[in-house]
Write a protein that binds this ligand. Structure first.
Ligand SMILES: Cc1ncc(C[n+]2csc(CCOP(=O)(O)OP(=O)(O)O)c2C)c(N)n1
Ligand SMILES: [Mg+2]
Length: 141
């Protein structure tokens, strides 16, 4: 099994790293794309709000490969496509032949890609306003 995730998505679910090295669990290989941000969300907000973004930066100091090591698994950082190809080959061999689980942390730059749906990237509009006149005191039984 080979999994792929962005660093943000992986960060939401990475507590599973503490379980996946259990003796009776099958080994896996996981590739984490480390661009230090919630890139998709940042891209959306820069398009909606005149190149502004907020709340999409991740902690620069976190190293997922080291967290994998602390969980008793293999963790490797790679910095180029060649390194990734070789490391992925080794990790899959380890998974298939030696019962090894490897987390590969791919270090990237912060270039933002094209949005998944550019046609949906219009500024949000209020579909129903809030009118103070509509408010009612809560009635307690
Ligand atoms: C459980 C959950 N929470 C929030 C979201 C909304 N969401 C979609 S993309 C994204 C950011 C993902 O960032 P990352 O995994 O680092 O991918 P990148 O765009 O940087 O490649 C978030 C939070 C989601 N899809 N699932
Ligand atoms: Mg990311």
């Amino acid at each position: 099994m080979v999994g792929f995730a962005g660093d943000g998505a992986f960060g939401i679910s990475m507590n599973e790293m503490t379980a996946c090295g259990r003796d009776d669990w099958p080994p896996i290989t996981m590739v984490i794309f480390r661009n230090y941000q919630w890139g998709a969300e940042k891209r959306n907000t820069t398009l909606w709000y005149d190149d502004n973004f907020v709340g999409t930066e991740l902690n620069l100091e976190v190293q997922y490969a080291k967290i994998a090591e602390a969980c008793g698994l293999k963790g490797i950082q790679v910095f180029s496509m060649d390194e990734l190809s070789k490391t992925l080959d080794d990790a899959i061999e380890g998974q298939m032949e030696r019962n090894e689980t490897t987390f590969i942390e791919v270090i990237l730059n912060q270039e933002l890609g094209e949005p998944f749906r550019r046609d949906a990237m219009k500024a949000p509009v209020a579909v129903a306003g809030i009118n103070a006149e509509d408010m009612r005191e809560q009635e307690l039984a």
